[in-house]
Write a protein that binds this ligand. Sequence first.
Ligand code: SF4
Length: 408
Amino acid sequence: MSLTLPLDEPEEPLSYNLNVCSPSFSAATPARFTAISRAKSFRSRYFPHITIDEWNDWRWQLRNRITTTEQLEKIINLTDSERQALQRSSSTLPFAITPYYASLVSPNNPHDPVRRAVVPVVNELVVSNGEAHDPLGEDSHTPVPGLVHRYPDRVLFLLTDYCSTYCRYCTRSRMVGRNQDTTSCKERWEKAFAYIEKTTEIRDVLLSGGDPLTLPDETLEYILKRLRSIKHVELIRIGTKTPAVLPQRITSQLTRMLRRYHPVWISIHAMHPAEQTREMKKACERLADAGIPLGSQTVLLAGINDDVPTMKKLMQGLVRMRVKPYYLYQCDPIIGSAHFRTSVTKGLEIYQGLRGHTTGYAVPTYVIDAPGGGGKIPLLPETFLGRDGSDILLKNYEGNTYRYPDAL
Ligand code: SF4
C-alpha cells in the first residue's frame, strides 16, 4: 500500500492560550498524518467508531490518552504488580499512553519492552541505595525557573512538564506531568528569555521538558521567534520523544514552521526497535526533509534493550530513518529505577558489540550523566594499551593488538 502524503494539509487553528503550559484541545480540522499502520487492527478493536482522520489527528490522540487502570485493563491483561502500582501512582510519575503507542504494547506479555517502559510496576515504589529525585543536580543549576545552566555556552530550557506518554524511567520524573508550577508559562518563559538575553555566552538553547512538541505550532513558533531575536543564540535544539509515541504530531505544517528558524536540530528519544513503525519512519522523514539534522538519545534499560542484537537493530533502524545515534545513556539513578538499571560492564559490552561491527554512524557515544551535575562523561572500552618504545599499542574491535609509530 502507498504511503503517499497529501501535499497540502489543513491548517491548524491559532487557538493557544499562553497562560497554560499544555496543549490546546480545541476541536479543529485534523492535521492529517496519513500512514498505513499496524495500529489499524487496534483502532478497529478499541475505537471502532473513530475515523482514520480522527486517529491520525495528534490532538485526538492527546484527548484520548489512556490514563486510568480501567482504560488500561480493557487492552492488556494486567499483572498484580502493574495493578498495584497503577493504584498507588498518585505519589509517583503519572501514567499516560497515547492510543497509538498503546497499540504497540503486548496485551499478554508483561516482559514486552514497550509495555515495561510505560506501564508502572511495584518496583517503582522501592527506593534503592544511591537513588535520588534529582540525581543530575539540575535544580541547583537553575538560575530562573525552568532553565538549567550547567555548561558555559548552552542552556536547557524546560518549556512544559507535559508528555503525551510517560516513560517510567524518566530522569525528570520528579517534575513531569505534575502541574506543580502554577505560574503562567508566558511569565516563566519571559524570565528565561531575559536570562538568555543578558547571558551573552549562551549560544545553544536545548528545548525540552516534558515534551516540547506537545505544544501547538503557534506556541512553538512564538518561542522560536523569541529565541531567534537574541543575537548570540546560534543553535536551537529540541529534545523529544514525539516521533516514537505520537508520530501524528509531525505534520507538514509543523515542519514548514520549524524550517523557518534554522539551524534547528532535533534529538529523538528512541528506546527499542519495536517503536520503529512506518509512522515513526514517516515522521523522521518529514523532519529530515525539512533540513533538520536528527540525532537520537537512548537510555540503556535492563531487559529492554541491554543486549547487542537489540541495540544494533535499534541503531541501524535509526540510521535508516536518517537519525544519527547520538547518546546511549547509562540509566540515571532516579527513585525506583533499580529494575531498569544495568551494570556499566554490560553497557561497555554492548558498545563493544557495536563499534567496528556496524557502520560507525550507527554507534552512539556511551555516557554517564554524572550524579550531582558533573555533566556527561563518555565511557570507552580500553583501546589504548600503552607505549612500547616509540610505538603505541592499540586494540581493535576484534581484540587484536596493533602498533602505531608515534613520534615522541
Ligand atoms: S518523553 Fe522524555 S520527558 Fe517525557 S516522560 Fe519520557 S523521558 Fe520523560
